[in-house]
Design a protein around this ligand. Structure first.
Ligand code: ZN
Length: 274
């Protein structure tokens, strides 16, 4: 299988979070020939959604997603504040022309040990956001996170669990598959086939370092770890996925400390083997 050309890559702004603003990410992608960007909402708010939408359009970039909505368990129940914030995220995704709104659904509420209750709360929240997102035409993408984050970030931990939710909620919702979170799953190939083109809304890449020194901030550059990225990409594309391949690397001690242009150049180079 041929590698990924720069024009098919998307830069998740988290990859150069410490170095660049969204404006700089947009300009940098254009300069490096990277086809798309995927902003985090803090960077988007800092620039202003309308200004960002215009700059992205003017640069000719695609938008592979907006990160992130979700966080439904934060208040321990589905509060109006959480619902409203997710509806705002849907509006922002629409305004910048994002292919989907990526959902990090939330972990256990503070003080709780009731995982099934947290999962029920997440599903209730997703249903509410989806109701609104359908009226705006923004696809909602559940990102299953590695189970090590079930306590504090996402109690949806596998692709199968995410697809079960999708099946219960209906149209307009799918999954954002991040190799970092799903590479270990023996059921992955089967679940990607089950998802099909319809439910595969985003594809994120980076690498799993051995050893991993930090649960959150030690993701690797493609090629530096143990994930067979080309294999997973093959599974996704066999279903007809033709969206951008989004590079999302949280790397406190390494890539966040480097010159951002070097990071982008490395991304492009490594993607050739993905
Ligand atoms: Zn991701």
């Amino acid at each position: 299988m041929a590698g990924v050309d720069a024009s098919r890559l998307s830069l998740n702004t988290a990859t150069v979070r410490e170095q660049w603003s969204l404006a700089e990410c947009i300009e940098g992608c254009a300069r490096h020939g990277i086809g798309a960007v995927s902003p985090w909402r803090d960077k988007l708010h800092e620039m202003g959604t309308t200004a960002a939408a215009r700059a992205i359009r003017d640069a000719g970039l695609g938008v592979s997603g907006l990160c992130r909505g979700g966080w439904y368990t934060e208040d321990g129940s589905l509060t109006q504040k959480v619902k409203d914030d997710n509806r705002r995220a849907v509006d922002e995704a629409a305004e910048i022309g994002a292919a989907c709104l990526v959902m990090v659904v939330g972990g256990l509420p503070k003080g709780s040990k009731d995982l099934p209750a947290a999962q029920a709360l997440v599903e209730e929240g997703l249903a509410d956001t989806l109701d609104y997102a359908r009226t705006v035409g923004v696809p909602v993408a559940i990102e299953p996170l590695h189970p090590m984050y079930a306590g504090d970030r996402a109690c949806v931990s596998t692709t199968r669990q995410a697809l079960d939710i999708c099946d219960r909620l209906g149209d307009g919702i799918g999954v954002a598959l991040d190799v970092y979170h799903v590479w270990w799953d023996f059921d992955l190939a089967k679940q990607i086939e089950r998802a099909g083109r319809e439910r595969l809304l985003a594809f994120h890449i980076c690498d799993w370092l051995v050893p991993t020194k930090d649960l959150l901030l030690d993701r690797g550059m493609m090629g530096d770890g143990v994930i067979d990225i080309a294999h997973v990409r093959g599974l996704v594309e066999a279903q007809g996925f033709d969206g951008y391949v989004e590079v999302e690397i949280f790397s406190g001690d390494n890539w966040w400390t480097r010159d951002a242009d070097e990071v982008l150049a490395t991304m492009i180079d490594r993607a050739k083997d993905c």
